[in-house]
Design a binder for this molecule. Sequence first.
Ligand code: GRF
Length: 203
Amino acid sequence: MKTKTNLAILASGNGSNFEAIIKAVKKGFLNLDYCILVTDKRNSFVRERAKKHQIKDIFVDPKKFKSKKDFDKKLIQILNKEKIKIVVLAGYMRILSPLFLNRFKNKILNIHPSLLPSFAGKNAIEDAYNYGVKVTGVTVHFVTQKVDQGPIIAQKTVFIKSNMELKELEKEIHKTEHKLYPKLLKKFLENKIEVKGRHVKVT
Ligand code: GRF
């Protein structure tokens, strides 16, 4: 049975995953009551995408806060006011404080462009490419205090063919992300994802 909910997407950059999720909502693939974008970057392209799709976008300026905790307090305030139940990170470049993580425990999803735990960190696609692995991919996981180490919900492989250029691999990874993230988000919205310690059951 489908249940409706309110979702916040946190993003800092290009926003292609944000847009993939919004398109899935518009197509009726994802059943949401309400979705907002929250960003920490005034000039991020994701804001243009939000405008295009008429999604409320809230910019919170990190410069206005003394600490990461104060910034996250403001985020919590905003998300509480908007009655947000689920938080989706889509290229959000800030590390969330324990305060935020506790407020949305097991309700924060992230997508990472490698097969974790391999190639954690900011340059995962390039790192995998430069390492010379033949298989890399995409991971959707819960967000916990340890960056890129939360329980894994799903992974999808991408093969690195010989003579493949980095640009080509990036394209392939993003294409895979745009399919996988809405699919898993749908499962989550339908309460079909259960986490027990490090183990995640998807039904
Ligand atoms: C994606 O590759 C995602 O895996 C990572 O950040 C990137 C964001 O891309 N966490 P976009 O802003 O969604 O285009």
